[in-house]
Design a protein around this ligand. Structure first.
Ligand code: ZN
Length: 192
């Protein structure tokens, strides 16, 4: 994803990173760290670029007429996000199912919508719900279901969690809320 860096904002973030390095007991002037504040600022700006994007606009670029009415499943979209409590990464996969209502969305755009919400400070539950609601509203789908599985570095690095455990969140709207069979059909399709 190409992004436009706001030079003024990025350089202000870099100044803060320099202070943080000092507060941690580092010497920001030593050779390995001289460019670190600017690099870290750019990396953080990039990783939170979802704040500066409109998910509905991203989706509307790739909505096509489609007469089908069967379940569409897009599986294992990678996500990288930051937990809003510790500003440490969480990462994993999102799978989305929807029942079309006269149109469909290009698969790569669905992945970009996931990025728009993931590239912000998040909690996994809200990330899952926001993706679900956005696809439901913007696509006018008959139903949407989203499942997200992720590992949280704030848990792993602080030793709160066993190293191999992950967290799964699920949200659904419309037909998936009304029909458990439809939800089962979705979960069944994820196994293959
Ligand atoms: Zn956290």
């Amino acid at each position: 994803m190409d992004i436009q860096y706001n030079e003024e904002v990025v350089s202000q973030i870099a100044e803060h990173f320099e202070s943080i390095l000092q507060l941690l007991g580092e010497d920001p002037q030593r050779e390995g760290l001289q460019k670190t504040p600017m690099r870290a600022a750019k990396a953080l700006y990039y990783a939170t670029n979802g704040y500066r994007m409109n998910p509905a606009e991203v989706m509307k670029q790739a909505i096509f007429e489609y007469a089908g009415s069967r379940l569409v499943v897009v599986k294992d979209i990678e996500i990288y996000s930051f937990c809003e409590h510790h500003i440490l990464p969480f990462f994993g996969k999102v799978s989305i199912g929807y029942i079309p209502n006269g149109n469909m969305i290009g698969l790569s755009k669905l992945a970009r919508v996931v990025d728009v919400f993931a590239r912000r400070l998040q909690v996994q539950e809200r990330l899952t719900a926001e993706i679900c609601k956005e696809v439901f509203d913007t696509l006018s789908a008959k139903g949407v279901i989203v499942v997200c599985s992720a590992q949280h570095l704030c848990m792993k690095m602080r030793g709160v969690e066993k190293q191999d455990s992950s967290t799964t969140t699920i949200d659904y709207l419309g037909a998936f809320a009304e029909d458990p069979d439809l939800r089962n059909q979705f979960f069944e399709s994820l196994k293959h």
